[in-house]
Design a protein around this ligand. Structure first.
Ligand code: MN
Ligand code: MN
Length: 418
């Protein structure tokens, strides 16, 4: 966006804002805030100029709400955005991983995320960990394995739009399929969890006395002379040589397979909510039973639409922006509010009970994930709340008349239309 376009957009926003405030004032004679700085005046004078130019033109253009904050933003709100583009990419033969934890984004105490790529045949080593692992496939496909609490195996092939969940301590693996492997997002139910600190098969066997390992496996020590001397993490291997059915049969060894379903076809599910502005699919333990510590909402907001003003009673919200552009204002109480801009690859975060909206600011669909460390998704819609109170109570707070109150949608839309 060039300077003229930005300036025009900004003016338009301020004009609308001023008209709304003036209209409300005329109706109700409510006093305007006395202490608000005159942002519009500041923009017209020398206060907002940047004599040496933007420090980083790309970041400048990607963050218009940081360059020129809405006049309603105020005071110090901890940053709630971290792009995966800034994370270290750990690359090995077979793929790569990068993560955003509480070390990178201090506000994100409840959940951490990993972006991973596996080539065709690339394997994320057999491993397990203390955090529960939720995932969504963004590109390509993989064969996943897991062992349940009864010692029964699960094997499945997951493709774009599918989820999987591995509970705490359950051993699992991910194997990239053809033609080009896969890329996915993992979300862990602990903000301090590091994907680089998991319990891995080859790491364990390398650090067990060889005679103990041989005794345990009931084989000769000579048969173990080529086992790896340390972790593999991600490594290149061959594509699976068997069909899914054959792989299940082999893993079952003639016995039962797991009765649990560790995968879920999210994008084959009908939207939980749909409006002219977009659609939402909610996958929590009510529909995806094994996902008992992570709830998810997959949100599509059409251009001009907006994830309505709301908050969550029961959990912090971790976000991943899959595609498009948007902006979010988080109101942190005590007159503190901050607006930040988001795009593909960004992680966002909202603390439990802090109200927010997410507006599509681009020309394409905005697609993002809302993730929660809870078994059941919950939210409160501002519109639903305001229309389910004695009207007099609402009118005396907001200084609006009955006709205005009547115009507010009577139930949660989730995505408000254009
Ligand atoms: Mn894992
Ligand atoms: Mn939310």
């Amino acid at each position: 966006m060039d300077e003229n376009t930005k300036s025009f957009t900004r003016r338009k926003f301020l004009e609308i804002g001023t008209a709304t405030v003036a209209g409300a004032s005329a109706l109700s004679a409510a006093p305007l805030p006395q202490s608000a700085p005159d942002v519009e005046k500041a923009e017209r004078d020398q206060s907002g100029t940047n004599p040496i130019g933007p420090d980083d033109p790309a970041l400048h253009d990607q963050n218009p709400d940081s360059v020129v904050p809405p006049p309603t933003d105020h005071a110090n709100v901890k940053p709630f955005k971290y792009p995966f583009e800034l994370s270290h990419k750990r690359t090995q033969e077979g793929g790569w991983a990068r993560q955003v934890t509480v070390e990178d984004l201090p506000v994100s105490t409840a959940l951490a995320g990993v972006n991973m790529r596996l080539t065709a045949g690339g394997i994320r080593e057999l491993h397990w960990h203390k955090a529960g692992e939720w995932s969504i496939m963004l590109y390509g496909s993989a064969r996943i394995t897991c062992l349940d609490q009864y010692g029964k195996p699960f094997v499945d092939d997951v493709k774009q739009g599918d989820l999987w969940f591995f509970p705490t301590g359950y051993p699992h693996s991910i194997h990239g399929l053809g033609p080009d492997g896969c890329e996915f997002i993992l979300v862990f139910d602990d903000g301090a969890f590091s994907e680089y600190d998991t319990v891995q098969l080859a790491d364990w066997t390398a650090h067990t006395p060889r005679d103990v390992l041989a005794k345990n496996l009931q084989v000769s020590t000579d048969a173990l002379r080529q086992i790896p001397t340390g972790e593999l993490y991600i490594f290149q291997a061959d594509l699976p040589t068997t069909s899914l059915e054959e792989a299940r049969r082999q893993a079952g060894g003639g016995g039962d397979l797991s009765k649990e379903n560790f995968s879920f076809r999210l994008m084959e599910m009908e939207p939980t909510h749909r409006s002219a502005g977009g659609e939402v699919r909610i996958a929590d333990s009510r529909v995806f039973q094994v996902s008992n510590s992570v709830a998810a909402a997959h949100v599509i907001v059409h251009p001009g639409g907006m994830r309505e003003m709301h908050w969550h009673q029961n959990a912090d919200e971790w976000q991943y922006y899959i595609s498009g552009k948007g902006r979010m204002t988080v109101f942190a109480a005590g007159a503190r509010a901050r607006t930040m801009d988001f795009r593909k690859g960004d992680v966002g975060y909202v603390q439990q009970t802090f109200p927010h909206y997410i507006e599509n600011t681009g020309t394409e669909d905005l697609v993002f994930l809302e993730m929660f460390k809870t078994s059941v998704y919950q939210d409160v819609s501002l519109n639903n709340w305001l229309t389910h109170l004695p009207p007099q109570l609402v009118m005396s707070h907001l200084h609006i008349d009955q006709a205005t109150l009547n115009a507010i949608p009577k139930k949660e839309a989730v995505i408000v239309p254009v």
